[in-house]
Write a protein that binds this ligand. Sequence first.
Ligand code: NDP
Length: 461
Amino acid sequence: MTQRYDFDLFTIGAGSGGVAASRRAGSYGARVAICEARRVGGTCVLRGCVPKKLLVYASHVRDEIEDARGFGWTIGEAHLDWGKLIEAKNKELDRLNGIYVRMLRDSGVEIVEGRARLVDEHTVDVGGKRITANHILIATGSYPVRPDIPGADLGICSDQALDLPSLPKRALIVGGGYIAVEFAGILSAAGVEVTLLVRGDNILRGFDADVRSTLSEEMRKRGVNILCETLMRSVERENDCMSVRLAGGEILETDLILFATGRVPCTTGLGLEETGVKLNERGAIVVDASSRTSVPSIFAVGDVTDRINLTPVAIAEGRAVAESLFNNNPMQADHENVPSAVFSNPPVGSVGLSEGEARRKYGKIVVYRARFRPMKHTLSGREERTMMKLVVERSSGRVLGAHMVGPDAPEIIQGVAIAIKCGATKRQFDATIGIHPTAAEEFVTMRDPVPEPEADPLDQE
Ligand code: NDP
């Protein structure tokens, strides 16, 4: 490793991808620095997955209290102290931030505080100081965007939603993606009247049609008002509340507007164009399969590249860069069959192809589907249905996709994802003995295929 530069690797952005790459590089003896303008940890740890999941746990407590009566429990009046919850969540984030800082230091990675800007292919500027490196890794992530409509600044994004000082009576959530449905679950369980404004025909575009319909039905049963094919035109403040004008001219009143309308890559002010780093039309950094940009010494991983915008994918991409550069072990992150979850209420777990994608790609497929009332709810009395589904290639019998909406779906799908990654067939699923009594056993006991649909199934995703 050359001493011509101050560092072997200079990473911009201490989120999941940047930290993973830097630590792995440091463990191989590379001289590494990581630059962060905010707190070490990034979106997942500080403004995304982790704080969100802590709030999701809080929302499940409500279900447990409501279900308790069916199991013989009498519970007194329950009350959520939102302020206490936010305080506890923030304390945990401080702890995690400390762990991340310590882990970086233990791997010999120098933390540089400030905003970095590329000067040339081996040089960055941080607060007027020039730092050189043999390789530069950009892992600056993404940030939430709002629609370009009058009054959009009256709403908040997920960053602020995770830190609401108090709960509103009513909330309007704009969007139908991951963040919208997750916050709908959190807020409605906390007692907020939630309306979801979705511009498409249903929530979770891109997910399997049965996942979309099952989740929207279950959310509605829980009192979430979902308005599809509805666009917002403008927002105005009116005394204590906000008045929202919809495209059809109707007016909705609400106390809080949360924009969950997507995220865009953080690429401005980084000096990318000047250094020759190519961006695509969405403003994301263009990389090859090894995460190398159009400038050979500069790499990029995670949301800033807008491939699959999930923390574990950014980590895999970052580690692959470090392995390739510093361990003589050329590696590329594998973007096939990446499982994902939506921590809605009830949650979703998904891996592989949806039914629509499988029909488009393979033509002839067989679909297996189970819908049932979870055993727990025979006593709790809750009217909730679980949906599980396998999408199978007809000729080879290979399982192409597995989808679930119901309690523990993310935990269950993680294991199924291993089987799908190994190319398991439906026969191999069937030959696996179920664990009884569980919901998960349905994945190995589905016998009868769903009859071929008469309407064009491709229209529903
Ligand atoms: P998504 O891209 O998932 O969803 C954005 C939603 O907003 C879509 O329903 C989209 O509609 C809608 N939308 C976009 N622009 C407008 C507009 N101008 N007016 C009205 N609606 C609009 O983004 P999220 O913000 O939910 O999440 C960002 C990313 O973060 C996700 O893609 C995911 O990668 C990641 N994430 C992952 C989580 C997990 O793994 N559990 C949790 C949270 C986030 P349409 O579908 O029509 O485009």
